[in-house]
Design a protein around this ligand. Structure first.
Ligand code: GLP
Length: 237
């Protein structure tokens, strides 16, 4: 594991964008696993800038996102599909047909999960998976549990996650209580993993995840077993 500590969120965002850019430059037809949350926004801003300056071409990139809230469709501005369109896809020359986010409004979430895993497999897996980390150690929406779940699956969000994500909604009662998330299988099979975490509030969970015991009670701790993980932690927000 490469653990990089930086001072500022701006530095974290630049470094993360550079690593993603390096992936795209070295393999233009790569598969990127992408994440939502507030942390990757600066990374996406930097990638957009590189594209605007003519230094990055997304035309042959494919992306698969980690997760989606159950009950929100892509036109809802709280959905993760909307987030990705707004923060990255609509700003660069990626072909939207080559971007995937799990469907949160399908009637059969189990079938959606199986189809999502089959799609990732058919793509040859993920070249670089970008991750944030929840305050309870979740990656994607893989919440603390008694076991690691390999497949894309439906998940009941923990009260602490609902509370943490309420800041994006008008009222906590509007936060969906369920999500569909890529499981640990596709994440662990990604050739490279890049986890970004920002600020003092993430310090304790980052230490637990990367320097504590490997346990499904701290989902991100499984990454200690991945052969190519880079963590970028910024001390300040
Ligand atoms: C959500 C997402 C995660 C993300 C986490 C942390 O729960 N499902 O993928 O890592 O939030 O978000 P933030 O970056 O805003 O702290």
């Amino acid at each position: 594991m490469k653990f990089i500590t930086v001072d500022t969120y701006a530095e974290l965002s630049r470094k993360a964008a550079n690593l993603i850019a390096a992936q795209i430059l070295s393999k233009p037809e790569c598969v990127l696993g992408l994440a939502t949350g507030s942390t990757p926004i600066g990374t996406y801003d930097n990638l957009t800038k590189m594209y605007e300056e003519g230094d990055l071409d997304f035309s042959t990139v494919t992306s698969v996102n980690l997760d989606e809230y159950v009950g929100l469709d892509g036109s809802n501005d709280q959905s993760y599909r909307w987030f990705m369109n707004h923060h990255l896809f609509d700003r660069v020359n990626i072909d939207k047909a080559n971007t995937s986010v799990p469907g949160g409004t399908v009637s059969d979430l189990a079938a959606e999960g199986a189809a999502y895993d089959a799609k990732i497999k058919a793509l040859g897996g993920i070249d670089l998976q970008l991750l944030g980390i929840g305050l309870d150690g979740h990656i994607g929406f893989n919440e603390p549990d008694t076991r690691f779940i390999a497949e894309t699956h439906e998940v009941e969000l923990h009260p602490s996650t609902i509370e943490a994500n309420a800041r994006f909604f008008n009222d906590i009662s509007e936060v969906p209580t369920k999500a569909i998330t890529m499981g640990m299988g596709a994440i662990m099979q990604a050739k490279k993993v890049l986890l970004i975490a920002n600020g003092p509030k993430k310090k304790e969970i980052v230490e637990k995840a990367f320097f504590g015991p490997i346990t499904p009670e701290v989902p991100a701790s499984i990454l200690q077993l991945h052969p190519d993980v880079t963590v970028i932690y910024s001390i300040n927000d």
